[in-house]
Design a protein around this ligand. Structure first.
Ligand SMILES: [Cu+2]
Length: 231
């Protein structure tokens, strides 16, 4: 089966009638059609997550269209992803934000880039930045997990639920509406490691404040999230 990639088309809309995860729909979060996201799957042993893979004690919900075969990057590709993390965006270090102006946006979100703090996302050289997105934009987010260690898978979900987040945020358990947790890099050595990546796409149809959040238990509680403002 060919890999499926970036087929999640979620609408940043409270009014969207899409239903992809009951938990999400009930909260009026992002709607959207379920789709596949690339993933190495969650699991200490590097096992892949099935289409309806359980996750943690509370379950992780279904994966919408199902998790597809994972993708991995080399160190060189990961460096390229970092360098092109926020192409076209204006970087504001004063308020830790990135402002995107295009109607089609592709950003690379790095989970724990080497030499960055634990349990963080990096985009455009900033840590957990606020992302300003123009209304109507089609946004593609590619997550690359550069972290290493048994407890260091990282994923990314979109939510309207504001922090603080509990250890196991209920808003993070819908599954499908994001990138399922990606395995940590394959080995401690940065140069020879491979790095798992996954992608989601959504349309920013409704102005408002949203959050991109790591759904691995405890990570959002520890601060692994950032704000998305649809202008
Ligand atoms: Cu995480």
């Amino acid at each position: 089966m060919s890999r499926r990639h970036a087929t999640l088309v979620a609408a940043l809309s409270l009014t969207a009638a899409f239903v992809l995860g009951a938990a999400l729909a009930q909260r009026g979060m992002m709607g959207g059609a379920p789709g596949a996201t690339g993933s190495n799957g969650y699991g200490m042993g590097g096992g892949t997550m099935g289409a309806s893979g359980g996750y943690g004690t509370g379950g992780y919900g279904t994966m919408g269209g199902g998790a597809s075969q994972g993708q991995t990057m080399t160190w060189t590709a990961a460096q390229h992803a970092i360098q092109n993390s926020a192409a076209g965006a204006t970087v504001n270090t004063a308020d830790n934000s990135l402002t995107f102006n295009d109607t089609r946006i592709h950003m690379n979100v790095i989970a724990v880039q080497p030499d960055n703090p634990d349990t963080t996302f990096e985009v455009g050289g900033l840590v957990d930045p606020t992302l300003h997105i123009p209304r109507g934009a089609t946004v593609t987010m590619t997550l690359v997990n550069m972290d290493y260690g048994q407890d260091m898978p990282h994923g990314l979900v979109l939510t309207r639920e504001a922090p603080p987040y509990p250890y196991m945020g209920t808003g993070m358990m819908g599954g499908g509406n994001g990138i399922p947790p990606l395995a940590a890099r394959s080995t401690d050595d940065l140069q020879s490691a491979t790095y798992a990546s996954g992608t989601l796409q959504f349309q920013a149809t409704t102005p408002g404040t949203y959050y991109y959040v790591c759904q691995v238990p405890g990570h959002a509680q520890d601060g692994m999230y950032g704000k998305i403002i649809v202008e």
